[in-house]
Design a protein around this ligand. Sequence first.
Ligand SMILES: Cc1cc2nc3c(=O)[nH]c(=O)nc-3n(C[C@H](O)[C@H](O)[C@H](O)COP(=O)(O)OP(=O)(O)OC[C@H]3O[C@@H](n4cnc5c(N)ncnc54)[C@H](O)[C@@H]3O)c2cc1C
Length: 349
Amino acid sequence: MKQVKYLIIGQGIAGTLLSWEFRKRGIRHLVIDQVGKDTSSFKAAGIFNPITGRKMVKTWMADELFSGLGDYYEGLEKFIGQKIIYHKNIYRPFNSMDEQNDWQGKMSDGIYSNIIRSVHNSSLGIPGLLDPNGGLLIDRSGYVDLPTLIESYREILISDDIFVDEVFEGNEMTVEQGMVNYKGISAEKVIFCEGVGATKNRYWQHLPFRPVKGEIIELEANFQTDLIVNRNVFLVPRGSSFIAGSTYDHSQLNNEPSESGIRNIKERLNKIVDIKYKLISSWAGVRPATYDRRPFIGLHEKFPELGIFNGFGTKGVSLVPYFAIEFVNFLLGNQRLTPEVDIDRVLRK
Ligand SMILES: Cc1cc2nc3c(=O)[nH]c(=O)nc-3n(C[C@H](O)[C@H](O)[C@H](O)COP(=O)(O)OP(=O)(O)OC[C@H]3O[C@@H](n4cnc5c(N)ncnc54)[C@H](O)[C@@H]3O)c2cc1C
């Protein structure tokens, strides 16, 4: 019988960073994951951006989430020995002079001073970029290469003999007297980090997930910039190519890119750049989003031996580091969960 304190199910970004937090504290754990690339983390653009939404406001908890984000991923980079974080400014072209004036005003009130690098009142002059009204240059932004992070971290788990590549089967699990037993493994708690897989897990099916499919295209383009351009669609330079996306579809929850998805991205792209490009590839995935766009974190109301760390929706890169630390502190009895992420809110409703 292999004995651990925690058994983690799923090694997307959520399971990976939870394991990293256990490791930093010397807590014995084991990870079970069905290795494959049809997961949200493998399909993600990996962007982190403190200013989001149509109304362009600071994202929820931006100050807390973004202040230590760079250091966090840089710490992981050192540990896995691979580059994963790419700090890049995001440039958002203004739609109108009114929007430009609005942002000139906002810059003076201080709320945005640590996340806005500059407000441009005329075009940056990059050939092919459509920004006649200037635009906003956002700081504390960039992207994380999630596949490299997950695969490199998995190698370490394997070499430490704490990784099992298989599908976790709930009917093989028994929960009794504060212990969970599963195929020769005994753990004090099992923490489920299954992404959209949670919607098929009988212990978590009652949680109101609202999965959303997203598609991305990869392009070869004659466009010279190191900025991420983002207005209603993102265009991210990735070495010799660019990626662009994404889409939000609640009806077709599959991992297949579609003609309509590709068309939709291209139409939006044509509003921010006027460039010639060639489509190299496209892909799709399903994000584990929730009814109120906040994560699902906590322990099961009937079986406190079972926990969940999930529901990171469209923002896994910026949410998971902060909440992995919070959740581990909670499990160790040192901190309460932020009410907006605690699964108790669903029961209280
Ligand atoms: C097209 C697209 C673009 C995106 N862009 C961004 C972005 O720019 N920025 C951002 O922050 N986020 C982005 N996201 C969202 C991001 O991908 C998610 O927030 C995040 O990856 C969720 O991670 P996770 O670990 O919870 O789930 P997942 O990555 O899905 O990982 C779950 C893991 O659990 C495993 N698993 C599930 N059930 C079982 C089982 N029974 N047994 C064994 N293993 C199991 C799966 O195999 C998988 O490895 C994007 C998503 C998509 C689809």
